[in-house]
Write a protein that binds this ligand. Structure first.
Ligand code: ZN
Length: 246
């Protein structure tokens, strides 16, 4: 009779908005553990550079690619058989993994005794949890927000990723489009607080704006004024001489 081993391995999930430094953290953890002689695998999906995890700070490393239908447990087991042991996995862009793949990561922890560090986004641009994220929230031993304070243009904490097409926020479209300028020429992403994600409002002075908010009623916002509507502009800072009450 063999005593059951008490593993301290854990499935951990760190989430944050775009630009919160998730990939940088993933690379840092991978580098630290590998430097300490531990045997591990770095995984990603749909990163900006094919087959690598790269961060906005310019660091990158070779990574295995999580293809659709890939069995992550089998991949980890094969690595352990080849190298004697698998100590850890670092999984970037984990929001795009399937629920089945997240369950396989839980088996990597429980059966291979390897730590698994997952990094990903919480919500898609439509405001819903990604499938991989939802499963991680259900299955992980710990879930923590990446402690980088991202801000909306208004100064509030950014909780949502807004997708903009030609500068206008959209709420529908292909989920798998990432913030790769070469893949999505007209799409950009912007971090927003919840209320400005809901209203679709860009920072004042940004054009074009979404026309939805009803607060825009000044004459300057009228579409295509005819020439008769255009009055001479009075110099700024001068008191009005025409007797207009304010
Ligand atoms: Zn805001």
């Amino acid at each position: 009779m063999t005593a059951e081993r008490h593993s301290h391995a854990e499935l951990r999930f760190a989430y944050g908005t775009m630009g919160s430094g998730k990939s940088t953290m993933a690379l840092q953890i991978y580098h630290n553990l590998a430097s300490a002689g531990m045997r591990g695998m770095l995984w990603t999906q749909l990163d900006r550079v094919d087959g690598r995890v790269s961060s906005r700070l310019g660091v990158s490393a070779d990574a295995y690619r999580v293809e659709e239908g890939l069995n992550l447990y089998a991949a980890g087991k094969a690595y352990a058989d080849r190298n004697g042991q698998l100590d850890f996995m670092v999984c970037d862009e984990a929001q795009f993994y399937s629920a089945a793949q997240i369950d396989q990561l839980a088996r990597v922890v429980d059966e291979l005794d390897a730590d698994v560090y997952c990094f990903g986004l919480l919500r898609d641009f439509r405001g819903f949890l990604f499938p991989g994220t939802a499963r991680l929230l259900e299955m992980a031993d710990s879930c923590d927000e990446v402690a980088v304070e991202s801000r909306c243009w208004c100064g509030r904490k950014a909780t949502h990723n807004a997708r903009l097409v030609d500068g206008v926020q959209v709420y529908e479209g292909d989920l798998m489009v990432v913030d790769d300028p070469s893949q999505t020429p007209n799409s950009t992403y912007e971090l927003r607080c919840r209320r400005h994600w809901i209203s679709g409002m860009s920072a004042p002075g940004t054009v074009p704006k979404v026309a939805k908010p009803k607060t825009v009623e000044s004459s300057a916002a009228k579409p295509e004024p005819s020439s008769a509507d255009i009055a001479p502009v009075e110099p700024l800072g001068e008191p009005s001489s025409s007797g207009t009450a304010v």
